[in-house]
Design a protein around this ligand. Structure first.
Ligand SMILES: CC(C)(COP(=O)(O)OP(=O)(O)OC[C@H]1O[C@@H](n2cnc3c(N)ncnc32)[C@H](O)[C@@H]1OP(=O)(O)O)[C@@H](O)C(=O)NCCC(=O)NCCS
Length: 178
């Protein structure tokens, strides 16, 4: 297998069963107890900013992006990111992250966050460890794994408070009226 054999496409609903299978394989039942999962339960992800890697038409890797909010800040939550074990270390994970960040940038987003391993994600752009008191996930996370990538410098500054799915955030109009 060489990277040229891998095709990257925007996610569609038809990919859902294979993505679920890949995530089950990568994270096991524990995935349902994760802080990021609790946020993703609040609403849908953005399929147009999410990608799959295909080999011979089969999904071998997936990354999803979900709109989230904290205070007045808005961001995308990257994840789950998973690659089938047989296709690891071919650069698929790295490429999926790059595609997701690029799509986010083109769609006008300033901030992407995730919970993950800094040694993997820092070289991909997630070099900022979010200050522990700044943004509070619905379940405890290891502060060293709570990472941000500012697509627009300074965009992390107003991402403050409880992190929720963007659909559950208080509308800006109501905030302004208060
Ligand atoms: C993490 C994961 C998505 C990487 O996918 P991939 O396609 O193998 O990644 P890439 O080919 O872009 O990069 C591979 C490199 O990253 C390294 N790497 C993988 N996981 C890592 C981690 N958690 N921490 C540090 N480095 C890691 C590999 O050792 C490899 O190094 P090498 O190139 O020197 O051999 C994949 O291993 C996976 O699905 N893991 C299980 C699910 C998971 O942990 N997802 C991330 C959520 S935090």
């Amino acid at each position: 297998m060489i990277p040229a054999d891998v095709v990257y496409v925007t996610e569609t609903a038809a990919h859902d069963p294979e993505i679920e299978d890949i995530n089950a394989e990568a994270f096991g039942p524990g995935r349902f107890t994760r802080a990021a999962h609790a946020i993703r339960e609040g609403g849908p992800h953005r399929r147009d900013l999410s990608f799959v890697a295909l080999v011979d038409g089969k999904v071998v890797g997936s990354v999803r992006m979900t709109p989230i909010a904290a205070g007045e800040g808005r961001a995308l939550l990257l994840g789950p990111l998973a690659v089938r074990p047989a296709f690891k270390s071919l650069g698929i994970g790295r490429k999926l992250v790059a595609l997701a960040l690029d799509a986010a940038r083109k769609d006008g987003w300033g901030l992407v966050i995730l919970v993950g391993d800094a040694p993997y994600y820092a070289p991909l752009g997630f070099s900022i460890v979010i200050p522990k008191e700044q943004a509070i996930m619905p379940r405890p996370v290891d502060p060293a794994r709570f990472l941000a990538c500012e697509l627009v410098p300074g965009s992390l500054s107003n991402f403050v408070g409880d992190v929720v799915h963007a659909d559950l955030a208080r509308p800006a109009m109501r905030l302004a009226a208060e």
